[in-house]
Design a protein around this ligand. Sequence first.
Ligand code: GUN
Length: 274
Amino acid sequence: MQIIDGKALSSKIRAEISAQVAELKSKGVEACLAVILVGNDPSSELYVKNKVKASEEVGIKSILCRFPLTVTEKELIDEIERLNADDTVSGILVQLPLPDSIDEKKITAHIDVNKDVDGFSAYQTGLLCLGTPDLVPCTPQGIIALIESTGVKIAGKHAVIVGRSNIVGRPTLQLLLQRDATVTICHSKTKNIAEITRQADIIVAAVGKPCFVTPDMIKEGAVVVDVGINAVDGKLVGDVDPAVVGKASAYTPVPGGIGVVSNMMVMDLLTRNQ
Ligand code: GUN
């Protein structure tokens, strides 16, 4: 049984990216990440803090553009247009979710598709679905890196994803399919989820429910990737019951699994986007 060490993988990727950043700098090219944060929701603050920290670690400049909850759609769009036009900005992230008063799709649609380092735009999503990805969402990219780090070959495996979000479930389906897995997505209307997850060689849990995937739901020897970030009694808990360690062949813990790796994937996109 292997506990997949996200921190170790992230350190390895960080070293590679730092070297690329230094090489680009020596040629006078400097990446810059702009992050837009509305309000001060604790999880969003943490996401943004970690992305800014990751950019500092690899030597990429970052700008944090903060707005109060009372911000209007026009003010946000004006800021995005300003960042789109700024040649020194190579990537733009609008931290989600946005407050209910703001139309999330309308706002993110204004990001220049070539600076869309979240990969959430219709254009980048379309490229991913066509099997010719350009800027790929960081968490799905991190999930693939974690699975591949185990040495398990994805081709021909049955991968079951629990959760169909645009941020994780759907793009992860595309990346696994591109690597020749047979992929099933389970969601809130799926009947007998456990019957399906028990057939999985690879399980990706991204459902947003603490300890949703229990040992009886997995097959002996499955690779289990936990993408959950749930706060329970002030503690960070994943979507997978850690007791699966007795049955899985490899498992990514929360914390210390996907989180640190996905932040580095954003940095990778920024350096490749130069
Ligand atoms: N909120 C939760 N995950 C993400 C992410 O990957 N990108 C953005 N922009 N917001 C998020």
